[in-house]
Design a binder for this molecule. Structure first.
Ligand SMILES: CNc1nc2c(CCNCc3ccccc3)c3nc(N)[nH]c(=O)c3cc2[nH]1
Ligand SMILES: [Zn+2]
Length: 377
């Protein structure tokens, strides 16, 4: 009899491969498909938990690598875990830190036992292993814990990928062994394999040996420099092979068009730093494509950022005012842009759920792509 997992999935409707459903976690339920705002250092930059709830965010991401380095996972545990520390009462997913070590830290080297690296903060030497990553995530108390994996660069060769996949599978076994709170924190596997279907099969079949321990499956190793069409091809191949009764998470994808492709292939969860990162620099998602609000052409523009948006920002402020805030380097500028960008992606997922329920997702996706490509702002 397999143990009851702390994170479960219920399928609602299907429209082709696209699907809607509900994820149940110890900190509440999540309607899918869902976009997950990223909160790297125990905050979704510039947003309060109340604003995140108001805009419709259901789950946010935390980061093992960053929180281990600062303020320290043991310290966060002393505050009762990440939920209490940052006053976020809904679900939290934490990434395992491997990806951030490769992309942020000054990578020393990857060994069987784990990864030696230098902190991007002060250059101090550190070591993170599967056991260490799980231990940190147990201290943070997230609802969803990611396996410690290696995410190879997008165009890695098969010669590099095959041993990497096999090590990541050995690391997965060590993560399962090290997990101290399997009935409170759900473990998600991460499928690797680059842009090769046969290697995706290899990774999935090795991880499936441990299926009873996994509450969900992530597709890793994408959105790391490979051509867009390769990402779509691999997604369309592997997603439908993941268990139908568990959540499917595509890591690191948050461009509107890519999100709709992912939903079309059967993905339930996505995350991306982009909306807040580009928002803080004045790039705005709109129905008709991206808009750079600092451009002089918007100085007397009395329209909202996005005429098709009903968010708090678009109901109360104009392009001209937000442009002024950026030009004056006022903090409120980045905050309003971030709020709108996050809302835009959350609403895109909400509208996708409705379209799938009404069996018109393909038409919805085509309509969005047509408008987004117009670039008229
Ligand atoms: C942008 N493209 C991309 N991102 C990827 C990530 C990180 C996902 N974002 C997590 C995060 C959490 C908190 C704060 C910031 C980020 C991956 N993570 C893991 N563990 N494995 C991957 O293969 C992998 C592949 C990715 N591709
Ligand atoms: Zn808006």
């Amino acid at each position: 009899m397999s143990k009851k997992l702390p994170v479960t999935y219920e399928l609602y409707d299907k429209d082709g491969k696209a699907r809607t459903g509900k994820i149940t976690t110890p900190h509440g339920e999540i309607e899918t498909p869902v976009f997950m705002p990223v909160g790297t250092q125990a905050t979704v930059k510039g947003m309060t938990p109340e604003e995140l709830e108001e805009m419709g965010a259901e789950i946010i991401l935390g980061n093992t690598y960053h929180l281990y380095l600062r303020p320290g996972d043991e310290l966060v545990a002393k505050f009762g875990g990440l939920h209490k520390f940052m006053n976020w009462k809904k679900p939290i997913l934490t990434d395992s830190g491997g990806f951030q070590v490769f992309s942020l830290g000054d990578l020393r080297n990857i060994k069987e036992e784990g990864v030696y690296f230098r902190s991007h903060l002060d250059g101090s030497k550190h070591f993170i292993s599967p056991e260490k990553s799980i231990n940190i995530q147990n201290n943070l108390g997230s609802d969803i814990v990611m396996l410690f994996d290696e995410c190879p660069p997008g165009m890695s060769s098969k010669e590099y990928l095959i041993p990497s996949i096999e090590r990541t599978t050995r690391w997965a076994k060590r993560c399962v062994e090290a997990h101290k709170r399997p009935d409170e924190q759900g473990l998600f596997a991460i499928v690797q394999g680059g842009i090769y279907e046969d290697l995706r099969d290899k990774s999935l079949s090795e991880l499936s040996e441990m299926d009873e321990y996994f509450s969900g499956y992530a597709v890793g190793g994408l959105a790391v420099g490979e051509p867009r069409e390769d990402m779509y091809r691999v997604l369309d191949y592997i997603v439908e092979k993941l268990p139908e009764d568990k959540p499917r998470y595509l890591m690191g994808v948050g461009e509107p068009l890519d999100m709709l492709e992912a939903v079309a292939s059967g993905i339930d969860m996505m995350d991306c730093v982009q909306p807040s990162r580009i928002g803080r620099h004045g790039t705005i998602f709109t129905k008709y494509g991206r808009l750079v609000v600092k451009n002089a052409s918007y100085s007397e523009d009395t329209r909202p950022l996005d005429e098709g948006c009903d968010c708090y920002v678009c109901r109360n402020y104009t392009r001209g005012y937000i442009r002024h805030l950026f030009k004056a380097q006022e903090i409120l500028g980045g905050r309003l842009a971030t709020y709108h960008n996050l809302y835009f992606l959350l609403k895109l997922m909400k509208d996708s759920r409705t379209a799938i329920k009404e069996k018109r997702f393909n038409e919805f996706k085509a309509e969005f792509e047509k408008n987004y490509a117009m670039g008229k702002n």
